[in-house]
Design a protein around this ligand. Structure first.
Ligand SMILES: [Fe+2]
Length: 176
């Protein structure tokens, strides 16, 4: 498997989620480019960045599912946890000197698109409805936001900040 190529069926239609998913795919493609590199430091960095960004995305997504009242938020979170555990154990083997970049690339690229197409697509309707409700409420509360189609995720920040112990992770997640 070479580079991941984004196709329209992967879009959820939830702007921020799609942006984060595409960003993970970009990280995975960078890992592909560096997989045989003799520069273990560069490889170590891209592995850490991919794991870090993916974990931050999961925290964001789980928070959104929780706020939207998604029935399967628990099982979805479990799927994320198991996946992170798998990635961390491969990362550990890399740090111990094993040659695992190829294996990690395969695991990540196979998992991401299949997860998006199945588990992620299952929450789309619930989350979209929640975001619409949320936007309507915000517009009622503040007439100056009327016509502003952007979603305000800032009200989620206090909870999100507590969710991840790593400092600055939200800024990294939202940096474009
Ligand atoms: Fe997910």
């Amino acid at each position: 498997m070479a580079h991941l190529v984004w196709t329209a069926d992967l879009d959820t239609g939830i702007g921020e989620i799609d942006r984060q998913h595409r960003r993970i795919a970009t990280y995975i493609n960078t890992l592909y480019d560096l997989r045989a590199s003799p520069d273990r430091q560069a490889l170590s960095r891209v592995i850490a960045d991919t794991a870090d960004y993916t974990e931050s995305h999961f925290a964001f997504e789980e928070n959104l599912l929780e706020q939207a009242g998604y029935d399967f938020e628990g099982p979805h979170k479990k799927v994320h946890e198991l996946f992170i555990r798998r990635i961390v154990s491969i990362q550990q083997r890399f740090e111990n000197g094993e040659d695992v970049a190829e294996e990690l690339h395969q695991v990540l690229s196979r998992w991401l698109f299949s997860h998006i197409r199945t588990e992620d697509h299952a929450y789309v309707e619930t989350v979209k409805k929640y975001l619409q409700r949320n936007r309507a409420q915000r517009e009622r509360a503040d007439s100056s936001t009327r016509g502003d189609a952007r979603t305000d995720y800032e009200h989620m920040f206090p909870e999100l900040e507590q969710r991840m112990p790593k400092k600055g992770w939200l800024a990294r997640l939202f940096s474009r």
